[in-house]
Every structure is written in C-alpha cells, then in structure tokens.
Design a binder for this molecule. Structure first.
Ligand code: ASP
Length: 441
C-alpha cells in the first residue's frame, strides 16, 4: 500500500504544525512519499512565504539585490529550523539561495524557493531523502509534460522507501525553473501519486474536506464525504477551492482516489474523491453548491437563426480575436447568448466586442446583462430524482429572486442558474436549505 501525502502551507507554517505533519506521517506506514508547500500564514494577517518571495523578485528586478522581503523569508525559515531543534545548517542555504535569486532574476525561480527550502527542512525532520522538483517535474511549451515527469519521478523514487518532494515547481525545456499556478503543489502531489501508482493521494490542508456550500454564506454547512472526479471538477471550477482544479487529471486517468484531510483535525473523515464510474451517490440528490459573481451575458436575437448554417461561428470569431473565453453558451431557436467573466470585458473591450458582433451578424436585437452571479448545483443524484429542477427553482422563487439565466449541462450533472450579483448569497442559502436543510429529503 502506498499513499502520497501533500501538505499545504498552513501545515508547514511553523514548528508546531511541522511536528503535526511528522506525527501524521508516522501514524501510517503507507504514507511514504510527501509533497510540501512553502510555509503559509500562521495567523490571519500573516504573509505567506510565496508572497514574500514574489515581493523579493520585485526587489531584485528594481534594485538588483534581495531586500527586506527576503530578510523576512530568511527569518521565517531560521525560526522554523530553530523551533524544530534540527541540527540543520540553514544559514549557508539561505545565503546561497539569495545569491541564486540575484543571479537568476526570475520570478518563478524566486517563488519556487519557498517549496525548495520547506522540502529540505521537512526531509531533515523526517530523516529521509529530498527530491528537488527541478529534476523530476518537467514542463514543455508552458504545460506540464506528464509522461516525462511520471517516469522521472518513478526513477528518482525507485528503491527509496520514503522521500520528500518539493511542490509547486519544475523545470522547462530550456532548463529554467518554472512554477505551476498558485496553489500548484496540489498538482505536484497528483503527479507523484500517479508516478508511483499510489493507492491513495492524501491532500492535507486546514479544512476537513469539501463542504456542501461556502461556509461564509451558510455557516455550519455540512461536509461532503464522497465526490466523483467530475463533480469535483464542476465544484472546483465554480469556486470551491479546496484542491487545485488541475490536480484532478493525473490521478483521474489512473483511478487513484484523492482524500482531502485536515492536519489540525486528523481524526475527521474528510472528503474522498473517487472515479465517476465507481461513484454511488448514496441517495443524495445534490452533492454540492458553488458559485461565482461578476459575469456578463451578451444576448443575441436574430429571426430564423436556426436555419443559418455557421451563424454562431461569427460572434465566436469576434471573441477569439479578443482572446476572450466564454463559460456558457445557452441558445434557443432564434437566440444565442454568451456568458463571460466580466474581467475579460473591462477597459472598453465590451463596447468593441458588441460593435464587431453588430457588424458581422446584424442581430435583430442585442442585450447585455452585467453583474450576473452563476450558481452551480452539482450532483450525479440529480438525474435520477424526479423534480430536482422544480425544487431548485421553487426555492429560488421563494427567496424572492428572479432567475436571469438557466443552463443545464448535457451530462445532467449540474444545473447552472444566473441571478443578479446582489441576490447571490440569498439564492445559495435558499438552495442549500432546500437540498440540505432540516426538511430536505
Ligand atoms: N506556495 C504556493 C502558493 O502559495 C503553492 C502552493 O502552496 O501550493 O501558491
């Protein structure tokens, strides 16, 4: 039995939490390979090491040398080593790192040093080998080269019973350090799990798994004990950010279950994420609710649109020219609409897009609705329970909210509802009550 365990920034924040990590690893001999993040916040208002390193990169860019931000990074690592009473020589490593940062002058290299140093320290604490992610995680054309990385990780871990791998970064085809997007140590963990054919990928964080909805909107929202990869994808994409959305792919292909666990409450069962084929919804209609604010809907109407072949291509080309991606494209016989993240339409872009669509399809009518929030109601259980949509819309209507848009994914795994931004929280509460409240079936 092999488990790969990834520990997030709060799990590595100080000596006490790092010792918790050690105890968790020692509690189960299957927990053999460990991926760590850089130390995160110790308390609210604290600054993550990665953020300090990004500040350091800016300092080096402007003045050529590391400055105050790096001094804070060094102090954090110094005290981490001290709290752990490690006989580990951190000073030369911190000096060498500063020199390398000044030489490399790359924000990615600089940001990656948090995971590098954190990995070195964790390996020393556990007394196991350290694997530099630069040697095993490879990027090609800006993206993870999965096959190459799996085989290099496998090779590096061959014959090692236990090891620590630094999260978040790797090396590109030109030999430069490159980082994943923020939160990307989750992806490193998934790559390592896939490479060694793990029986489970444990992702240790500071919450006990996914909740049925955002607890800032519904305090005390229930936990989700089981999710399918597909449900996870829908929920993470719509803002449930417990696990990086891209971490799913490496493990999904190999059917490796993921478990989200809490370093600060290791006794909690957490959330288990399993393959869609093996998923049984356990009688629940809805698995989870997620959502995001600030979308814009462009609505186009043209009589007999259904008879014009290639009609939709023209507005799509306008979007492509502006490098705009859309989230949803609900359509009717004579109507077509695009739901777009409003950030992409700022600074006059919306007006340009509208003028170009007008010029290329001469619509009978074109409307723009701004400040729309999308709510995704997700669950495999929805397609086998009659009346789910009716319950959903009744709940929103009871809350006095007008639904501005509806889109049901063709997989019947989700229903997306658009409401005005100002009605977002109220709608989520109403939907949660309907499907998870005391009277819910
Ligand atoms: N340390 C990086 C970040 O703060 C990566 C990670 O923690 O996964 O985004």
């Amino acid at each position: 039995m092999i488990k790969v365990c990834k520990f997030g920034g709060t799990s590595m924040a100080d000596g006490i939490t790092a010792l918790r990590v050690k105890r968790i690893l020692e509690a189960d001999p299957a927990r053999r390979y460990v991926v760590v993040s850089a130390p995160g916040k110790r308390y609210s208002g604290d600054i993550k090491i990665t953020d300090l390193l990004l500040e350091t990169a800016q300092e080096v860019k402007e003045g050529g040398h590391v400055g105050d931000a790096y001094a804070k990074v060094a102090a954090r690592f110094r005290s981490l080593v001290k709290e752990l009473s490690l006989g580990f020589e951190i000073e030369p490593l911190l000096e060498e790192t500063a020199r390398q940062i000044e030489q490399e002058r790359s924000a990615d290299f600089c940001a990656s040093r948090g995971e590098y140093l954190s990995g070195r320290i964790m390996a020393a604490l556990l007394g196991v080998p350290f694997i530099d992610a630069k040697d095993v995680i490879k990027f090609e054309g800006g993206h993870l080269d999965g096959e190459k990385s799996y085989s290099l990780v496998r090779e590096a871990l061959k014959g090692k019973r236990r090891a620590v791998v630094a999260g978040f970064y790797g090396e590109d085809e030109r030999g430069h350090v490159k980082t994943f997007p923020r939160g990307g140590s989750d992806i490193t963990g998934a790559v390592v799990a896939r490479a060694v054919g793990a029986d489970e990928y444990e992702n240790w964080t500071d919450v006990s798994g996914f909740l049925a909805c955002d607890p800032r909107i519904v305090p005390g929202a229930v936990g989700i004990d089981k999710l399918s990869y597909k449900e996870l994808r829908e929920l993470s994409y719509m803002g449930a950010n417990v696990l990086h959305a891209e971490a799913v792919y490496p493990v999904r292909e190999a059917n490796i279950p993921i478990r989200i666990l809490n370093t600060f409450r290791p006794q909690d069962a957490g959330t288990r994420i399993v393959s869609t084929e093996h998923f049984r919804p356990d009688g629940r209609t809805v698995t989870g609710i997620a959502g995001k604010k600030d979308f814009t809907v462009i609505f186009i109407e043209k009589a007999q649109m259904n008879e014009m072949s290639g009609f939709a291509l023209r507005p799509l080309e306008v979007l492509k020219r502006h490098d705009i991606s859309f989230e949803h494209m609900p359509s009717g016989i004579d109507t077509l609409s695009f739901v777009i993240d409003s950030n992409q339409l700022k600074g006059g872009v919306l007006a340009e897009v509208l003028a170009e669509i007008e010029a290329c399809v001469a619509p009978d009518k074109m409307n723009v609705i701004e400040n729309i929030a999308l709510i995704a109601v997700v669950g495999h259980g929805m397609n086998r329970n009659v009346g789910t949509a009716a319950r959903l819309f009744r709940a929103i209507a009871r809350a006095g909210v007008n639904v501005r848009l509806i889109d049901q994914g063709s997989s019947e795994l989700n229903i997306i509802v658009g409401v005005d931004n100002e009605n977002y929280e109220r709608s989520i509460k109403a939907v949660y009550d309907e499907f998870f409240g005391p009277d819910a079936a």
